[in-house]
Design a protein around this ligand. Sequence first.
Ligand SMILES: C[S@@+](CC[C@H](N)C(=O)[O-])C[C@H]1O[C@@H](n2cnc3c(N)ncnc32)[C@H](O)[C@@H]1O
Length: 282
Amino acid sequence: MSQPLLSKEEYDAFRHFLEESCGIVLGDNKHYLVTSRLNRLTEEFSFDSLSKMLEALRQNKNQVLRERIIDAMTTNETSWFRDIYPFEILKKDLLPELAAQKPNPLRIWSAASSYGQEAFSIAIAIKEFQQNRPGVWNGNTDILGTDISPTVIRIARDAKYDELSLGRGLSAERRQRYFTDNGDGGWTVKPEIRNMARFSEMNLLKSFSNLGKFDLIFCRNVLIYFSSPIKTDILNRMTQVLKPGGYLFLGGSESPTGYSQAYEMCRFPDGVVYRLKENWKA
Ligand SMILES: C[S@@+](CC[C@H](N)C(=O)[O-])C[C@H]1O[C@@H](n2cnc3c(N)ncnc32)[C@H](O)[C@@H]1O
């Protein structure tokens, strides 16, 4: 049975809800996509109609429904060593610099970690750096992966990946070295890497005050979904949790330019990262 499209009023109200709750801005052309994703949930949660489900959402009584709707609307696309260059800069330029400064522990935040590939790629890059620098941060790294989606956080904590996801950016050599074959088509990240990262649910629109300070922040391929005021707000609040001189990695199409003056661009042979100005007052 074909499902009715959201009315213009319902679509606008839903756009407002989504932007308020997680920052994601929906364009006018997403009407069909939104309707089809929401219709699936209407059935799952046994509502008679989409309108009734949106009314329940408006009344804010069903936390599970709210989470599932946000989950359905987020794009969790990711891969191992995504874009390669951030991890090359990490190994060749930033880890040597940080090793000289000796932060203890080394703290890195993967701020929209999706299924965990970004945080585990960082852990593998650190492990490979340590092979030439034995004794640096042994057991003393803290990689925190956070995401708004409870589903992706659950998968990241399980640290089990199938052929399809492993095929996206992970070399055969790294697979053999850092993963255990479960014999059922899945592979689990080995404890030496898995224990370097932890994961928790977190909405980037909410306070960062209990996170502590980080040496590096990866906030990649998430700001693109947000409006300009929200980008500005997140980039400015990140200055409270990034150490002075600490580095911020953004996605290839993202930049603080026009949103925050707290960062300066640093060019390395492999690409660009942003550095929190030493004298910046958060
Ligand atoms: C496209 S993925 C990027 C994953 C990874 N950083 C990468 O570059 O491969 C974007 C992630 O941002 C998360 N996200 C969207 N809105 C968020 C918010 N308000 N707070 C935290 N995470 C959010 C989504 O759930 C999704 O997993």
